[in-house]
Design a protein around this ligand. Structure first.
Ligand SMILES: NC(=O)c1ccc[n+]([C@@H]2O[C@H](COP(=O)([O-])OP(=O)(O)OC[C@H]3O[C@@H](n4cnc5c(N)ncnc54)[C@H](OP(=O)(O)O)[C@@H]3O)[C@@H](O)[C@H]2O)c1
Length: 347
């Protein structure tokens, strides 16, 4: 179902829980700092399903869901200088100006996005791979720099409130999009930092390649003891980063912490609560903090250079699960079954 010169085709989620409906609407008007993207790829996130089913951060229905995608710029706002029609770009959608808040989600053919959430497709990756990057990368940087105050020297414009380099890190959910992004960013910034991570064994090779020092099967009954034994001097871990709310089921995971170190537990906001023992600092991490960080507006556009120079790799393989907005409601639930991969839909 294609749009004509003036109309846009949206897949609106009519109410919490669905159903979805294809709706024709006028193409969005552009704010001065926005670009209009004709989408070719929509990348799925678990948030899409949570928004459909739980209504997280949805003030009203119907709503266009979806938080990232890629395509070709059709028009640019009056103050845009660095992007032009015809550029292949990817971006993080669903945030920004009033119009974007209203209809800014990725599940539509045309989307208006502020330039600070857009990056030009790096020359060395495909448009599908570019679509898979922004949410994971931004969440990873917000966690590392914004929530934990760990500087990333190759992102000098993104400045932590206080610089605190950890002595060791444990990443729970190494094979999640966020976890794989965090592993490689920390490794690139700190070549000798011990980075331990949990994962299914089948993802060990990829995560080692991204920079993990040692990997632990999160389904093993000995996982806590094994991690503690493998920590530097078997003294325990300085900082835990929980990307998948693993602490909700592995409730003794904080036993791996070194009681003489910072005892920090950063949890990516997932909607699933995690409690930590008294004395452990519980830090919330979220991509929503991006615009509260110094240099946050430079973050997404910086992906082009980071990928082209090899500083940042596409963390996980990308799999196409469907084609066309009509097929989207049927394939959306695939995102619940991802295992060390990113799923996308083409348009
Ligand atoms: N607040 C924010 O800004 C923000 C941003 C992005 C994501 N999120 C949330 O963060 C969570 C992760 O998202 P994502 O896209 O990064 O993840 P994802 O790629 O969807 O995560 C799936 C992976 O997590 C692994 N996993 C699941 N449970 C695990 C456990 N207990 N221990 C270790 N690994 C486990 C799975 O491994 P196996 O297949 O090997 O089992 C699978 O590879 C989601 O809940 C998402 O909604 C929040």
């Amino acid at each position: 179902m294609a749009s004509d010169q003036t109309t846009n085709v949206q897949l609106q989620c009519m109410q919490q829980g669905g159903p979805f409906q294809i709706v024709h609407v006028p193409k969005p008007a552009l704010a001065p700092d926005e670009v209009l993207i004709r989408q070719r790829v929509i990348a799925f996130n678990l948030l899409d399903v949570k928004q459909r089913d739980w209504g997280i951060n949805i003030p009203y229905w119907p709503r266009v869901l979806g938080v990232e995608g890629a395509g070709v710029i059709e028009a640019v706002g009056a103050s845009v200088r660095n992007l032009q029609p015809g550029d292949e770009v990817a971006g993080r959608h669903g945030s920004g100006a009033e119009e974007s808040v209203l209809w800014g989600g990725a599940f539509q053919e045309y989307v208006a996005v502020p330039t600070h959430f857009v990056f030009k497709k790096p020359k060395n990756i495909s448009l599908k791979e570019a679509a898979s990057l922004p949410v994971g990368f931004v969440t990873a940087v917000c966690t590392i720099v914004g929530s934990l105050g760990i500087p990333l020297p190759f992102l000098p414009e993104v400045v932590p409130a206080e610089g605190r380099v950890p002595s060791s890190v444990l990443i729970l959910g190494g094979s999640s999009v966020t976890g794989a992004a965090i592993i490689q960013l920390l490794r690139r910034a700190y070549p000798s930092l011990p980075i331990l991570a949990t994962s299914s064994v089948k993802h060990n090779a990829r995560l080692t390649d991204l920079g993990a020092t040692q990997l632990f099967d999160y389904k093993s009954s000995a996982v806590v003891a094994d991690i503690k034994a493998a920590s530097p001097g078997a003294a325990g871990i300085d900082v835990i980063i929980d990307c998948v709310s693993a602490g909700a089921s592995q409730t003794d995971i904080c036993d791996v912490l070194d009681l003489a170190a910072s005892k920090r537990y950063a949890a990516v906001l997932t909607g699933v609560p995690v409690t930590v023992p008294e004395g452990v600092e519980h830090i919330v991490a979220s991509a929503y903090n991006i615009l509260h960080m110094k240099g946050g507006k430079e973050l997404t556009p910086s992906l082009t250079k980071l990928v082209e120079e090899g500083t940042y790799k596409v963390p996980l393989p990308v799999r196409v699960v469907g084609h066309g907005l009509e097929e989207l409601p049927r394939v959306l639930d695939e995102v619940k079954n991802v295992s060390g991969e990113k799923v996308v839909l083409t348009l």
